[in-house]
Design a protein around this ligand. Sequence first.
Ligand code: COA
Length: 194
Amino acid sequence: MKRKVRLKDGSDVVIRPLRKEDIDRSHAFFQALPPEDRAYLRVDVTKREIVKRRIQTMKSCGVKRLVAVVDDRIVADGALELEAPGWKEHMVELRLIVARPFQRKGLGMLMARELYLLAVKENVEEVIVKMMRPQIGAHRIFKRLGFREKAMLPEYVKDMGGKRQDLIVMRCNLEAMWKELEVYLAESDWQRVR
Ligand SMILES: CC(C)(COP(=O)(O)OP(=O)(O)OC[C@H]1O[C@@H](n2cnc3c(N)ncnc32)[C@H](O)[C@@H]1OP(=O)(O)O)[C@@H](O)C(=O)NCCC(=O)NCCS
């Protein structure tokens, strides 16, 4: 799967699966994130070893990863974390991060669409996202995608600075997510030139 998409500012981006050869590109992407966006990552992906492990264990951990690429540089990273067979196998966790210079150009929504299509292939029914309270952009985009806040664990996780943060869990079923995606993409003038 490889898809060329056009952003609101007219720039073209390729969305494709993350590959084994992407270790340095992925490392560079995470290193370039501003501290405000990096603070809420689950693990310190500014360390090359962690990026390498993240890529090497994708298959065994049931994780599907997509990246958006411009001029051979990764500018967004998205993931679907599938559950092992069992009581949560109908659920998938979605994660998404867009490089600052590419935010608010519709790339998050276009990545969400590709992740949605992957989720459909995997026959899952529902998607969850987890975020820390200060992640306002994340809360807004997922609300726009039909997700609703279903749980909040006060001061449950620590950000990269060691500060305790509330963990927010939002959920959405796949059908509802598609409806919102369709509305957003249909309303966007910039999508009509694609
Ligand atoms: C959350 C994130 C992925 C959004 O990506 P993006 O490419 O900027 O999102 P889009 O441009 O597709 O935005 C789609 C809509 O979401 C909403 N939105 C996104 N970011 C927003 C923000 N910072 N403030 C308010 N609304 C926002 C808007 O409704 C926007 O539509 P509009 O620009 O037409 O008004 C990006 O801000 C990011 O990477 N943040 C840091 C990491 C993070 O918190 N990831 C989520 C963890 S799961």
